[in-house]
Design a protein around this ligand. Sequence first.
Ligand code: ZN
Ligand code: ZN
Length: 596
Amino acid sequence: MSTQVEPGAENQAFHGGEMVQMSPLDQMRHSAAHIMAAAVLEMFPDARFAYGPPIENGYYYDFELPRSLTPEDFAEIEERMARLMKADDPFVREELSREQALKLFADQPYKVETINDLPESATISTYQVGQFTDLCRGPHVPSSGGVGRVKLLSVAAAYWKGDEKRQQLQRLYATAWPTQQELDDYLWRLEEAKKRDHRRIGRDQGLFMTSEQVGGGLVIWLPKGATIRRELENFIVRAEARAGYQHVYSPHIAKIDLYKTSGHWQHYRDSMYAPIKIDEEEYILRPMNCPHHIIAYKHDLHSYRELPLRLAELGTVYRYEKSGELTGMSRVRGFTINDAHIFCRPDQLRDEFVRVVELIQELYQAVGFRDYVYRVSLRDPADTEKYVGGDEMWAVAEDAIRDALDSIDAEYEEAVGEAAFYGPKLDIMVRDVLGREFAASTNQVDLYLPERFDLEYVDADGSRQRPAMIHRAPIGSLERFFAFLTEQHAGAFPVWLSPVQAVVIPIADRHAAYAETVAATLRAENLRVEVDIRSERMQHKIRDAQMQKTPYMLVVGDREAEAGAAAVRLRDGTDLKAQPLDEVIRLIGTDIREHR
Ligand SMILES: [Zn+2]
Ligand SMILES: [Zn+2]
């Protein structure tokens, strides 16, 4: 995703905190942060510096400076860094008493606060490289020459200790790599990621919007984005119907007691919104669809013969996200899950997982995801206390997932100790063209909710038994999936998903009537067609259609009108020359059917 990875709280205490485990690459990047701070201090001797940890793909350092840094400053900082690295000064560690440290950093309030926050027993150390000394635990590369190739990337506002009530600082982001080639590759990926950013493509193609008047993280799908979503929804609903799912609709709110029974109110409250009072009773915007589906299951007494019962819904949920973390479609406050809950006998879990995986494969094939891995999250056998459900049920559930994957020869990773407290799960991680991993789908066995809701079925001998339950969502959140899909295809969606499958481009005004005829003919075949009647030149219109990633451009002039044809161009530049309209319809129809 295009989300900038913000450092977690674990980085906050980096300087002066306990010695952290750092990979050699992180050590090098963190060392680069020292050198960057040294360069900034050369330029601004009065600067106050806060801390500078490595992060994914780079590092940053926070400063309080007399003026705002601009990208124009980057070249000078990089030049100064290059000189410091060329000097190849050693990183020299020194241990000192609290009093000595407080004296040394007397004019550096962030360092003073960090020192004062250290436990009595802490060893306080500094590292000096060249003229620059920083409070730090290390480790670093041996000398400044050990830092590879660096590049400053951006500057952003950040609060001291991430606290909005504290001083606002300037966070200088940068990256460092062992070789120039690796740096160049990374900068290319960064540039490519910007081009593919779903927020940018969403704006350029008019796919979705957010508005301050509606509220942050509350997405409006514009007609073109809504078309893509509807196609996805139709696809998955039909595939589910073929796979034996039954679809339901349920409301977005319910009484708070429902979520007390489910345990969400107790365990998931940080992600839930405040209750709504209706006629003296408290209701809640649902953060999950499961309780509604469980109530639907309980509506009838089920015989073992009816199982598995698969209740599905494109269910909208609302979860709290901090305003600073809201991002386009990928981090939102309300979203729709392609959800289903499967109620089955424990001995049916394996076959159900096989079917879930087959459904996911069918979906990924259609949307063009080729590179993905299965990850099975298991409980930690050394720490069974923190999980609900007995050993036997865990063994049944974990084996069901493994056996299902084995039976279809799927390779998978096992993540021991990564299971939720209520059951093992199967995640599918899709890798995008830039090598980034995206958790596209989560499928979870639940050993908890059937107990909480006292679910039953009537077995062959007439006894009441507890069903097993699976939460599964091949698409996951439609919003997040859409963001990933957009970036994966760089906005050039497969034809079946393209909001405009063909644009008809009349060469001159006098061809407008024929262009409309062509469009009407294609629309009669349920194709999505627009006519570009602007008074721009033809080449300009073709360029615009290519920018919009429209799969088919149908250019029409005198000759085409006479022949009942259209000159076909594809978005990749391929020129198929004039084709009869029947052939055009056949070409587009084949792409749609084959999900190209
Ligand atoms: Zn350090
Ligand atoms: Zn669920």
